[in-house]
Design a protein. Structure first.
Length: 348
């Protein structure tokens, strides 16, 4: 584990707690609850997927709701993960691209500032991207994403100096569509000694980019997160077999099973982490929060099982609310429980 002069917290080893930098699409989530899945069919949006759309189609969809979202929050998969780690007390940074001074760019900047997250933002002349999040009655979420400024983030915006004070680099799978950007960022992080974490993000993205993902996992990724559909799309196998396949390439592989918990394979050791049974309101952001809990545990030097327990706890809280962010009341409830897990691990 690297030790950085900026670290102030200590983990179970007594060494400074590791720090995480993320990279992803800097988007603002506009969340809508659907009365039925009719709109998905009207706009040819595969349920449960992420579909890239242009500004014109975004305006057309928003027009169906008179541009009045049920919730507006900072979004993007890696952004959600990084902000949750910061909320748990982790030290974080984020690489992304927004518009230049538009309302959503300012909204993003202010939110990250409040949570003491270091930002490595570049800016574009086009608007900050938005993720139209369509929540089906069964709580499944479908994204119609206008990337806007985020789509113009390129390898030229990446500086190796961004990574020098960090230990983990977390990337959302949506970024694999820009292979040159991914290769530059990952190689820069690796040269600085960081471990690379990848969230596969969406099954359709996996299907479209299997060859590149295969190369990336075999060469550079240390931790991979996938849900059942993503793991199956990538390996052609289900659950445990998919996990074992992923673990052939990556030291730590996780397959998330929703209400059935998760499977973790860490350096050949298998763990099944249970999930608390709760009433699900919204699955949006559950996977992002799971990754946050797991990475925070790693930052504190915890074993894989305890990392999974924290991850499951945070993800379970995420499905109880609309949108990808936990409420202050939820954090007040679970932060002491996370500390208990950390203390119990230290006593072992």
């Amino acid at each position: 584990m690297k030790t950085n002069q900026h670290n102030v917290n200590t983990g179970r080893t007594g060494l400074p707690v590791s720090k995480v930098i993320g990279m992803g699409n800097a988007l603002v989530d506009l969340i809508f609850h659907l009365e039925s899945d009719r709109l998905l069919k009207d706009f040819c949006l595969p349920k449960g997927s992420m579909t890239l759309i242009g500004q014109e189609k975004a305006e057309e969809i928003l027009g169906r709701f008179q541009h009045k979202a049920d919730a507006v929050v900072t979004g993007g998969s890696a952004s959600n993960t990084i902000t949750a780690i910061a909320r748990m007390g982790g030290e974080c940074g984020f690489i992304g691209r927004t518009g230049s001074g538009d309302r959503y760019a300012n909204f993003y900047k202010e939110f990250f500032g409040r949570h003491h997250i270091r930002t490595y933002f570049s800016h574009a002349a086009i608007p900050t991207g938005t993720a139209i999040t369509l929540m089906s009655p069964d709580t499944e979420r479908t994204f119609a994403t206008y990337l806007g400024a985020a789509a113009t983030l390129s390898e030229e915006d990446i500086e190796e100096a961004f990574f020098k004070d960090y230990d983990f680099f977390h990337i959302e799978g949506y970024m694999v569509q820009n292979q040159a950007l991914m290769e530059k960022a990952v190689s820069s992080a690796k040269r600085q000694g960081l471990k690379v974490s990848l969230d596969m993000a969406s099954y359709n993205i996996v299907l479209e980019n299997r060859e590149f993902l295969d190369k990336l996992l075999r060469k550079d990724v240390d931790i991979v997160f996938a849900n059942e559909e993503e793991a199956s799309a990538f390996t052609g196998r289900n659950e445990l077999e998919a996990l074992c396949r992923l673990a052939e390439w990556v030291p730590t592989a996780i397959v998330k099973l929703g209400s059935r918990g998760s499977l973790v394979m860490d350096r050949g050791r298998l763990y099944h982490v249970e999930a608390e049974k709760v009433t699900k309101i919204d699955s949006n952001g559950a996977g992002d929060n799971y990754a946050a809990g797991f990475l925070y545990g790693l930052c504190c030097g915890l074993p894989a099982r305890q990392c999974g327990e924290i991850a499951s706890m945070v993800a379970t809280e995420a499905v109880k609310v609309t949108g990808p962010k936990l409420s202050e009341e939820q954090w007040e409830k679970i932060l002491p429980r996370i500390e208990v897990i950390k203390m119990e691990a230290e006593r072992r």
